[in-house]
Ligand binder design. Structure first.
Ligand code: NI
Length: 170
């Protein structure tokens, strides 16, 4: 289980670099990320969230096969957009509506370096865009206007303070 970095940590704001070697280390990292995602009960996890500033993210939607995306690139997005309430393992406990394109086409490499293309819609399209943003130092709250963004951060900080106080008592 890897540590999940939270908002406020520098690594979440950095642009990631490409993965150039498809070796045992990459396989171990992707396995550890999938385990961490499962443990955290999330649907997506990106490199920076586990302190690795590399272009990798994993997606695991319930009932579907997990997918590892390495050096991904979103090559097409639909003009049609939709609203969905997003959360993030790096901003736990808070959620907010985010507008994004409904469909995307993404090219990436798997753990062996083999290229693949996925045309996604629904939840998969949503998660792909959220995770891909992480590789560019962007969080879902960066899609909100300043007022809404501040609201989410304040709600998160409030929850965090309460959690810390409860911990201190026991
Ligand atoms: Ni996230």
């Amino acid at each position: 289980m890897l540590d999940i970095y939270k908002i406020g940590d520098e690594v979440l704001t950095e642009k990631c670099s490409d993965i150039t070697e498809f070796d045992e280390a990459v396989r171990m990292l992707s396995d550890a990320m999938l385990d961490t995602l499962e443990e955290a009960d999330g649907v997506g996890l990106a490199g920076p969230q586990v302190g690795v500033s590399k272009k990798i993210f994993v997606v695991h939607i319930r009932g579907e096969k997990p997918i590892v995306f390495i050096n991904p690139s979103i090559i097409a997005t639909s003009i049609e957009t939709g609203v969905y309430e997003e959360g993030c393992l790096s901003i736990p406990g808070v959620y907010h509506d985010v507008v994004r394109p409904l469909r995307v086409t993404i090219q990436a490499q798997d753990v062996n370096g083999k290229a693949f293309t996925i045309e996604a819609d629904g939840l998969l399209a949503r998660v792909i865009q959220h995770e891909n943003d992480h590789l560019y130092g962007k969080l879902y709250i960066d899609h909100l206007d300043e007022k809404e963004r501040d609201k989410v951060i304040r709600a998160y900080e409030k929850k965090n303070r309460i959690r810390r106080r409860q911990k201190a008592r026991v």
